[in-house]
Design a protein around this ligand. Structure first.
Ligand code: FAD
Length: 316
């Protein structure tokens, strides 16, 4: 990535709002999340329905009003090459220069076995396409020469950050750890320069995966994705969506909590312990899944020692 950030870093994931009330709440959260100086804020993407325009609108506001580095998730779902190129240009025009290139989940009503992709079938191909569109759009530019007010010099094409997903406990379709790491190596070879992990529940799952990836030759940063899970209902939902296995210890602790407030505290403490564990093992940052709420991610950062307590504002 251009200009290596001071470590450890932290970053956040949001999703586009679906109602005006959700939008107002999201921007309250963004005010608080952007105030603590994240490396970037990423916004999830669905290619169909109103979500695409909503993602673009949130990204634009992050860039213009919050002056935060905004990372756009993009997927391969249902696009021809020319449609995908058009979408990438649209995001670049909005000022987005960081992307998370993904294959994408099947649209509602379709499964992994359906033919839901388009001309592009893997995240690696999408990484290559983003680089190609960026290079065509901005092959070179000029910059001022310090000390020579009227002179300009040629600057090579602007570089984009292209992140990719990776799976410490294996992608649901993957047959082996070796296949997951080969896929990650292929994404780096295609031009990815940052990886973000799927959620996981034990620090060793991340640390052992990173050690294996490094041994195989992966050199890009691999940010651990941490999801505070504050209720049993949320735990079931995210496992359904991600295909991850049930963390039995966390489930038992959530079940033993006398009420929803105590359960939320159990979930938060588990995320803080996880964040501390990956940082102690050498992770150079944390990527927090926020569910558009600032309280839990800020509490995790504070518990992990990455946030000055005075930077937190009380919840509304
Ligand atoms: P890929 O890496 O392209 O492929 C997935 C798996 O297929 C690989 O792990 C590998 O096992 C296999 N594979 C890939 N290439 C090959 C090959 N050449 N040969 C053999 N096998 C291969 N989904 C959304 O729809 N929108 C989002 O905004 C979104 N955000 C996400 C953010 C993060 C941090 C993560 C971890 C996931 C996100 N997802 C999102 C979900 C993601 O789209 C799914 O997990 C999808 O199933 C895999 O995406 P991928 O980019 O890893 O795919």
């Amino acid at each position: 990535m251009a200009g290596e950030p001071a470590c450890p870093t932290f970053s956040f994931e949001l999703y586009p709002p679906r109602t005006p009330a959700a939008e107002a709440k999201l921007f309250e959260s963004i005010d608080r999340l952007s105030a603590v100086g994240p490396e970037f804020i990423s916004v999830t993407y669905r290619p169909t329905g109103p979500d695409r325009a909503a993602s673009l609108a949130v990204l634009g506001r992050l860039i213009r009003e919050h002056r935060v580095r905004a990372m756009a998730h993009l997927t391969c779902v249902g696009s021809s090459y020319s449609e995908a190129s058009h979408v990438i240009r649209e995001f670049l025009d909005e000022g987005v220069t960081s992307f998370l290139a993904l294959r994408g989940d099947p649209p509602p009503g379709q499964s992994e076995d359906d033919d839901f992709l388009g001309d592009i079938s893997t995240a690696g191909e999408l990484v290559q396409l983003i680089h190609r569109v960026q290079a065509e759009r901005s092959p070179f530019s000029f910059e001022e020469m310090p000390g020579f007010p009227s002179a300009k010099r040629l600057r090579s094409g602007e570089k984009v950050t292209i992140a990719v997903a990776t799976f410490p406990n294996g992608h649901p379709r993957s047959r082996s750890r070796a296949q997951d790491i080969d896929t990650l190596l292929a994404k780096e070879a295609a031009g990815a320069n940052l990886a973000i992990t799927q959620l996981f529940f034990a620090a060793d799952e991340y640390l052992e995966f990173v050690a294996d990836a490094r041994a195989a030759g992966v050199t890009m940063r691999i940010l651990p994705g941490i999801m505070p899970v504050l209720s049993i209902a949320r735990l079931h939902r995210i496992l359904e969506l991600s295909g991850e296995s049930m963390p039995q210890q966390l489930l038992a602790a959530l079940e033993a909590a006398p009420d929803s407030e105590a359960a939320a505290r159990v979930g938060l403490d588990a995320s803080i312990e996880l964040a501390r564990g990956v940082l102690a093992g050498g992770a150079d940052g944390l990527h927090l899944y926020t569910f558009n709420n600032a309280d839990a991610p800020l509490a995790v950062l504070e518990g992990a020692g990455l946030l000055d307590t005075t930077a937190r504002q009380p919840s509304q």
